[in-house]
Design a protein around this ligand. Structure first.
Ligand SMILES: Cc1cc2nc3c(=O)[nH]c(=O)nc-3n(C[C@H](O)[C@H](O)[C@H](O)COP(=O)(O)O)c2cc1C
Length: 369
């Protein structure tokens, strides 16, 4: 079941607002977590045809990320230096309360003419929560809390005199003013693939982000979510993570992948693998992110190699169109050397994707004529 077959597939990139790049490997990465680098990257990305950028939230170091800039302020910093790009700020319920998040994001929405979005993440790293003195509810309770968080945000952003009596959050006759610029409200993404994550997406989120995977596995997830969303009279779009290695030849692309894996920081990857047991991988249904990840998959911490956007521009464009055919609306991409590879992607891969999409649309029109 696909949702928006005729809409052009969208592209987002991971903002390297934490140090260490997007692969846990000692290979050289010409990617930098500084503000200056990120401004140049965002400007190159919007010029290259990327519509979204996604920041990450981490409170502590882990798997090579010694330094981590905060996501909301960093998103605003990028928005201030760009013109079209939408930046999705990662937010963790727990450290963030919905009243503060709603107010903070509404203000940024005004400052940037409606270009902020949020990614509600439910947490996978207990050590981080312990370190900052936050409670660590068990897995499905974290999702119950995130769902209330999203419900409250939407209420505050769209209604005056808003009241809500949840298990985790309460509002009494609250009116936020000004409301956000975006209508009906600021776009809400979520990350996670467990049953609880999917059920939440099918009820309240505008977008469901999932880890990298094969088209067949993604189709199962997407059909499941869309069927449930339909029953809830809700629509949800889907973004999938992919680590892109686009090179002039397939051999070169594969060689780079092998170099990344050969240079893996084994200790950090293993520690990360242990920490993910706190996520949906360990829930009874075993469907969450990382449920089937191998050591090699975990070298890119959101299973980005599994999507297999590794090869020539033509191979990658064809695989992207295949992702679209199973219902994917957006590709969330990561790169080894961000600025130069984002530019290569915009120049070599994106035009081929648009050509293939146009050819498909023509076929559909010819068939129906
Ligand atoms: C695209 C994407 C982005 C994410 N970004 C973050 C993040 O910035 N910070 C964080 O703590 N977790 C992040 N997560 C992790 C999720 O919130 C969640 O804990 C994890 O995917 C496990 O989910 P599951 O238990 O439903 O499988 C992200 C997940 C995805 C798929």
């Amino acid at each position: 079941m696909t949702q928006s077959k005729n809409e052009a597939i969208k592209f987002a990139y991971w903002v390297p607002n934490v140090s260490g790049g997007l692969v846990v490997s000692n290979i050289e990465q010409r990617t930098d977590w500084s503000y200056d680098y990120n401004v140049r990257l965002a400007q190159a990305a919007e010029k290259s045809g990327f519509e979204y950028a996604l920041t990450q939230i981490r409170f502590t170091a882990g798997y090579n990320a010694e330094n981590q800039h905060e996501s909301v302020s960093f998103s605003h910093g990028i928005l201030a230096k760009t013109e079209k790009l939408k930046v999705i700020a990662a937010i963790l319920p727990g450290p963030w309360k919905p009243a503060l998040a709603a107010k903070q994001l509404a203000t940024i929405d005004h400052l940037t003419n409606g270009r902020i979005a949020i990614n509600v993440v439910s947490g996978w790293f207990r050590g981080e929560f312990d370190a900052i003195g936050e409670e660590w509810p068990e897995h499905d309770q974290r999702y119950a809390r995130s769902e209330e968080f999203i419900t409250a945000l939407k209420g505050v952003w769209t209604q005056d005199h808003y009241s809500f009596d949840g298990k985790f959050y309460q509002f009494k006759d609250y009116t936020l003013s000004p409301k956000p610029v975006q209508k009906p409200h600021i776009e809400i993404f979520q990350g996670g693939s467990s049953r609880a994550a999917r059920d939440m997406a099918s009820r309240v989120s505008d977008w469901y982000f999932t880890n990298g995977n094969t088209p067949a596995e993604l189709k199962k997830q997407i059909d499941d979510i869309r069927e449930k969303a339909k029953a809830n009279n809700h629509e949800v779009k889907v973004g999938v993570n992919a680590f892109v290695i686009a090179r002039d030849t397939e051999e070169e692309a594969k060689r780079v992948l092998q170099e990344i894996i050969d240079g893996a920081n084994v200790e950090a990857v293993k520690a990360f693998g242990d920490a993910t047991r706190e996520a949906g991988a360990s829930t009874s249904e075993g469907e969450g992110n990382w449920a089937k990840s191998t050591f090699e998959d975990l070298v890119q911490y959101n299973d980005g190699f599994r999507t297999n956007l590794i090869g020539t521009p033509q191979q990658i464009a064809e695989r992207i169109v295949e992702l679209k055919s199973v219902g994917v609306d957006l590709v969330l991409s990561g790169f080894l050397h961000f600025i130069e590879e984002v530019e290569y992607f915009g120049e070599k891969v994106l035009p081929l994707v648009r050509e293939l999409e146009a050819a498909q649309a023509n076929q559909i029109t010819a068939k129906s004529a």
